[in-house]
Design a protein around this ligand. Structure first.
Ligand SMILES: C[S@@+](CC[C@H](N)C(=O)[O-])C[C@H]1O[C@@H](n2cnc3c(N)ncnc32)[C@H](O)[C@@H]1O
Length: 319
C-alpha cells in the first residue's frame, strides 16, 4: 500500500498527462529517441523535457538505453492509435482532460456541492463541450463502445420496434443495437452538432435510423416504443434529472417505456467517477435502488432492473 505522500502526489498523474499532450508515445512508437530529438519534435525546452522523461522512466512508462528513450508496455496505451483511446482522455487539452484538471477545485465542490469546472474555466462544462463537440462526442463514443455489448445483451431491444436514444451522442450505441436487432429502428436525439455527427455515423442504416436535434429539457420525439437514457442522469443533480425524465415521459405517453442505463451494478457506485462527475457538472453516480427511486419521483413506474456485465438497465413505464 503506498504511503499518504505517494497517494497525494500530483506529479505522476500530471507527468503522464503531459506525455499524452505532447504525444511522446507516438514519437517513440516509431523509434527510440534522444531527449534532444524529442525536444525538437515536440517543440519543448530540452532541459525541462529531460526532467519529465526522467520521471516517466522512474515510474516505468519509458525505459532509457544510452541516451535514447523507448516505450514500455505500461506506456504503450499513450499511443494515439491505441484502441483504449487513453491518450485523448488524458490530454489536458481534451474535454475529459480539461474536466479532470478542475479537480484542483475539489474543495470548492465538497464545500458547496457544486461543480468546480466553471470556477476554473469561467464557463460550464456543457458550454465548452458544445464548443469542442467533435472531441467530446468522440470520447463519449469510445466510452460507450466498451459498454454497448453489455447493453445489447441486457434486453430484447428489438421487441420495442422503434427507440429514441435520448442524449445518444455520436450514435455509437444505437449503431450496435441496430446491428444486433435487425427488426429495430431508432433515432438519436442530442444537441445539434452531436446529432449531425450521429446522422453521419448512422447513414448506412438508411431509413432504419435518423438523428434529431433538440434539448431534453424542452421536447423529445413522441411515441417511440422505447426511450433510452445512457449515462444521462448521472450528469445531472436530482431536480435536473427529474426534469429530463418528465420530458421523456411526456413524449412517451401513457404506457410508454423508459430505460435508464448506467454503468453500475447494485447499489455500490464507483467512488472515483462519483467525485469526477460532481466536479465536472454537479452530476451524481446512483446505484440501482436510487435510480429506481429517481424515476418514481419523476412519476414513472419502476418495472424491472436488468443487469449485464458492468451495466444496469432500469426499466420504467409511464402510468
Ligand atoms: C455523458 S454523454 C452520454 C452520451 C451517450 N448516451 C453515451 O452513453 O455515450 C451525455 C450526452 O448528453 C447530451 N446532452 C447534454 N445536454 C443535452 C440537452 N440539453 N439535450 C440533449 N442532449 C444533451 C450531450 O451532448 C452528450 O451526448
Amino acid at each position: 500500500m503506498p504511503g499518504i505522500w505517494e497517494l497525494a502526489d500530483l506529479i505522476t498523474p500530471m507527468a503522464i498527462r503531459t506525455a499524452a499532450h505532447l504525444r511522446l508515445a507516438d514519437h517513440l512508437a516509431k523509434a527510440p529517441r534522444a531527449a534532444s530529438d524529442l525536444a525538437e519534435l515536440t517543440a519543448t525546452d530540452e532541459d525541462a523535457l529531460t526532467r519529465l522523461l526522467a520521471h516517466l522512466v522512474h515510474i516505468g512508462v519509458l525505459e532509457r538505453s544510452g541516451d535514447r528513450y523507448h516505450l514500455t508496455d505500461l506506456g504503450d496505451p499513450l499511443r494515439d492509435d491505441h484502441p483504449d483511446g487513453f491518450r485523448a482522455f488524458a490530454d489536458p487539452a481534451s474535454m475529459i482532460g480539461r474536466g479532470d484538471l478542475a479537480l484542483i477545485h475539489l474543495p470548492h465542490s465538497v464545500k458547496t456541492g457544486e461543480a468546480a469546472y466553471p470556477r476554473l474555466y469561467g464557463a460550464d462544462f456543457w458550454a465548452d463541450a458544445r464548443a469542442q463537440a467533435a472531441d467530446y462526442d468522440h470520447q463519449m463514443g469510445l466510452d460507450v463502445s466498451a459498454d454497448a455489448p453489455d447493453i445489447a445483451d441486457a434486453f430484447d431491444w428489438g421487441s420495442l420496434g422503434h427507440v429514441v436514444d435520448v442524449g445518444g451522442g455520436d450514435g455509437t450505441l444505437l449503431e450496435v443495437l441496430l446491428d444486433r436487432f435487425p427488426e429495430l429502428t431508432g433515432q438519436v436525439f442530442d444537441q445539434p452538432a452531436t446529432a449531425a455527427t450521429a446522422a453521419r455515423r448512422l447513414e448506412r442504416f438508411g431509413p432504419r435510423a435518423s438523428a434529431v436535434a433538440g434539448s431534453f429539457f424542452e421536447k423529445v420525439p413522441a411515441k417511440a416504443g422505447g426511450y433510452l437514457l445512457t449515462a444521462i442522469v448521472h450528469d445531472w443533480d436530482e431536480p435536473k434529472s427529474i426534469a429530463i425524465l418528465r420530458t421523456v415521459a411526456e413524449a412517451a405517453g401513457p404506457g410508454g417505456r423508459v430505460f435508464v442505463i448506467e454503468k453500475v451494478t447494485g447499489d455500490q457506485v464507483g467512488t472515483r467517477m462519483n467525485l469526477r462527475i460532481l466536479v465536472y457538472m454537479t452530476g451524481k453516480e446512483r446505484g440501482v435502488t436510487e435510480l429506481a427511486a429517481l424515476g418514481t419521483t419523476a412519476g414513472l413506474d419502476h418495472v424491472a432492473t436488468h443487469a449485464s456485465g458492468s451495466m444496469s438497465v432500469v426499466e420504467f413505464r409511464v402510468p
